[in-house]
Design a protein around this ligand. Structure first.
Ligand code: ADP
Length: 423
């Protein structure tokens, strides 16, 4: 083939990979984000090791105070999100997750602090200039448009040419198993397919950051579980930095590289799921992460440990020495307990046995410390207690059994501040 032809072909191939709007955004072209990736078979954004594509996200003391409110909904938030990381914001309703996400999207004003994407201060940029794509809870699909048009709409508005849009839409449809549905209207799709169209619409834009606000909340339980795995693996494949909001701690723990727990607009902890589970920083995180929840009992410090229901649970002296008073909060996960056969350990009266096959959970109660919360006649109050036991030989309802914590799995928190004691 003559040299000139080769050059023209090469030019055509390259120009088709970079859309019009990206030509105007120098940083995207330099990042080499859109080269064909043989292993994934896609022109869509694929992380290339060693490239200088730094779509980090930084919340730097970021604060949002809604007009008329007396305290911030997001209060001096600091999180450094790595390039390509999947970060999940989790917390109960009203904890400020959506506000934090919308601040990053540019949909909510930032009243204090800054937000960075890579080395760009985006605090005051409009949403369209931030290079982010958001997937909303309700998907917000246009009912009168086909799946393909829905997916390509943002590119059309941005002036990307038709052939390029079609190519990107088809690539995304392939990844998301939407190829047979491209000409359908959203109403002729299942909930799961609609969810994938909403994902596809974000993917075709090849943004620096994906923002997802409870994207699975409209799916039934089974589909949620399937889809969360799909989204997590898709994110890993595309390598695009992602911030994901959910109130569901199981979703957070199974999807995130790291999880950030919010309460009342204040960041409680940001850590890997494993670390968060093994090492909650405070009583709130301890009770929020894990299902069934950690048993949290206010107990009295004694020689060599703490007192629960007349039994002494051994706790290292070093841990207890940091306590501000003579009581601490003891944290024991239901799965970190062992039935004792000698009547030693925490006495628990079994109310309900939940048999799950391999395991069983017993829901019962124990008398908390002899000292803390004593009621007027001096009896210690009954506190709920949950433990996981072998499903083949669970105790019976009404029985009193005894548990000892597994070694190394005792959590202790300051009773006054709720902060973790020791390492
Ligand atoms: P989450 O996503 O964790 O459920 P939000 O970010 O939606 O929490 O809300 C955090 C807090 O901010 C809540 O107390 C909520 O009532 C308040 N809030 C949210 N949006 C507004 C608004 N537009 N005006 C005033 N207060 C708001």
């Amino acid at each position: 083939m003559p040299r000139g032809h080769l050059r023209v072909l090469a030019w055509l191939a390259l120009s088709s990979l970079v859309s019009k709007d990206e030509h105007t955004r120098g940083h995207r072209c330099r990042r080499g984000h859109h080269l064909y990736n043989g292993s994934s078979g896609t022109f869509l954004p694929v992380k290339e090791e060693g490239k200088d594509a730094m779509a980090t996200v930084k919340y730097d003391e970021a604060t949002r105070l809604y007009p008329g409110n007396d305290k911030p909904s997001v209060d001096r938030l600091n999180i450094d999100i790595e390039d390509g990381e999947f970060l999940v914001l989790v917390g109960p309703s009203g904890s400020g997750k959506s506000t934090a996400l919308r601040m990053l999207a540019g949909l909510e004003e930032v009243n204090g602090g800054k937000i960075w994407i890579g080395d760009r201060d985006v605090t005051n940029l409009s949403p369209k200039d931030r290079d982010v794509a958001m997937v909303f809870q309700n998907y917000a699909l246009y009912p009168h448009m086909s799946v393909a048009d829905n997916m390509g709409f943002a590119l059309k508005i941005a002036g990307v040419d038709k052939a390029e849009i079609r190519k990107r839409v088809e690539e995304a449809a392939k990844i998301l198993d939407l190829q047979p549905y491209l000409e359908r209207k959203p109403k002729a799709l299942s909930g799961g397919q609609r969810q994938r169209v909403a994902m596809g619409r974000a993917i075709v834009r090849s943004p620096q950051v994906f923002l997802m606000d409870e994207p699975l909340s409209n799916l039934d339980a089974k589909l949620r579980v399937q889809t969360r795995t799909q989204i997590a693996s898709l994110q890993r494949r595309l390598g695009v930095t992602t911030v994901y909001v959910t109130h569901d701690q199981v979703e957070a723990m199974t999807m995130g590289d790291r999880v950030a727990v919010l309460k009342d607009g204040i960041l409680q902890q940001v850590d890997s799921p494993r670390r968060m589970y093994d090492h909650p920083n405070n009583v709130f995180v301890a009770g929020f992460i894990g299902s069934p929840a950690m048993n949290l009992l206010d107990v009295e410090v004694t020689d060599g440990g703490v007192k629960v229901g007349g039994a002494t649970v051994p706790v290292e002296r070093d841990l207890l020495s940091g306590a501000s008073g003579k009581d601490v909060t003891l944290g024991l996960r239901p799965e970190d307990l062992e039935l004792t056969s000698d009547g030693q350990g925490i006495p628990v009266t079994v109310d309900v046995v939940e048999e799950l096959g391999a395991d069983a959970y017993i829901y019962g109660s124990t008398k908390a410390s002899q000292h803390v919360d004593d009621d007027e006649d001096g009896d210690a109050p009954e506190k709920p207690f949950i433990a996981r036991v072998d499903g083949r030989k669970p105790p019976q309802k009404g029985e009193t059994v005894h548990f000892a914590p597994k070694q190394g799995h005792v959590h202790v928190f300051d009773a006054a501040s709720g902060e973790r004691l020791g390492d």
